[in-house]
Design a binder for this molecule. Structure first.
Ligand code: AMP
Ligand code: MN
Ligand code: MN
Ligand code: MN
Length: 283
């Protein structure tokens, strides 16, 4: 069993990279790929666990792009963490995130929920600030009773305190990941567009734009969703990956490798991913 999608406190999870690697081992995984949002900050500490942890520790990232007017998440699996151009591109992305964060602080102030940058920073152990840290800051200031409530009224995608950031196009995301030696894969397509969304045409469009795979196994899919996406990938000739999207305490009840209980990502998917990485290599 493997898990190719999870987070640490370098983005919006709560585990250290070291703890995550140990948890991967304890969960019986043979491979674990760290995919923090917009940063490779946790990768050196994660990879340093390698001889100690027998499970293969792999490098990835999760980027956001704009598709059909909504945010679509893309995993860059097996990217090269030493790629200087990719590192510079991530610095630029984090700059856009920071500008968005400052915009959200201003917007929340206008709405009558004054919090400071320092309030938000106080809830993150690393420089990257995410909306989960906003939610905690709003709770500790007493503007909501519990952090998840902040997403319902204030900072969820359709809420008045949310400020979107300048996002990549799917083409750019795929290109950046490929140039960094990785494979671009659509993360949790089942979470995009809602239950009634018909993926067939949209997925074929994304494939033309350079997205090579999709997450067919996911920590929060229902059985029918998994069947649908595995069949769709088969029809289109896209590769399938899978992971829990583990965030530690920020997603209570969701376990690394196991998701909400029924997740089992087969080892063979990693062989196929590595073949795809070599097939599509630019150089
Ligand atoms: P950001 O990348 O800063 O825009 O924050 C996005 C993160 O906030 C996601 O990766 C989730 O961890 C979290 N998030 C977004 N929407 C919700 C929601 N409705 N409920 C709980 N957490 C959410
Ligand atoms: Mn997240
Ligand atoms: Mn995501
Ligand atoms: Mn994720």
């Amino acid at each position: 069993m493997i898990d190719l999608h999870c987070h640490t406190l370098h983005s919006d999870g709560t585990d250290t990279p070291e703890a995550l690697a140990l948890l991967g081992e304890a969960s019986g995984l043979t491979a674990l790929c760290l995919t923090d949002h917009d940063t490779l900050g946790g990768i050196p500490a994660f990879l340093a666990m390698q001889p100690r942890v027998k499970a293969r520790l792999l490098v990835g990232i999760e980027l956001s792009c704009q598709f059909l007017g909504r945010s679509l998440h893309v995993l860059g699996l097996l990217v090269d963490p030493a790629d200087i151009q990719f590192q510079a591109r991530l610095v630029e992305l984090r700059g856009r995130r920071d500008a968005r964060n400052r915009g959200m602080i201003a917007r929340l102030g206008e709405l009558g929920y004054p919090i400071t940058y320092e309030d938000v920073q106080a809830h993150s152990e690393t420089p990257l600030l995410s909306r989960v840290h906003f939610a905690q800051a709003l709770a500790s200031r007493g503007f909501v009773r519990r952090a998840p409530e902040a997403f319902e009224h204030l900072i969820g995608d359709d809420c008045p305190g949310f400020v979107p950031r300048e996002e990549l196009s799917p083409t750019e995301a795929a290109h950046w990941i490929r140039e960094a030696g990785g494979v671009p894969v659509i993360a949790h397509p089942g979470r995009f567009g809602g239950p009634g969304f018909r993926w067939d045409e949209a997925m074929a469009d994304l494939q033309k734009l350079g997205l090579e795979g999709l997450e067919g196994y996911y920590g929060e899919y229902r059985a029918a969703e998994q069947r649908y996406f595995l069949a769709l990938a088969g029809r289109l000739g896209m590769i399938v990956t899978g992971g829990s999207d583990y965030h530690g305490a920020h997603k209570p009840g969701l376990r690394l490798g196991h998701g909400r209980g029924g997740l089992q990502v087969p080892d063979e998917l990693l062989d196929r991913l590595e073949t795809q990485q070599r097939l599509g290599a630019y150089h």
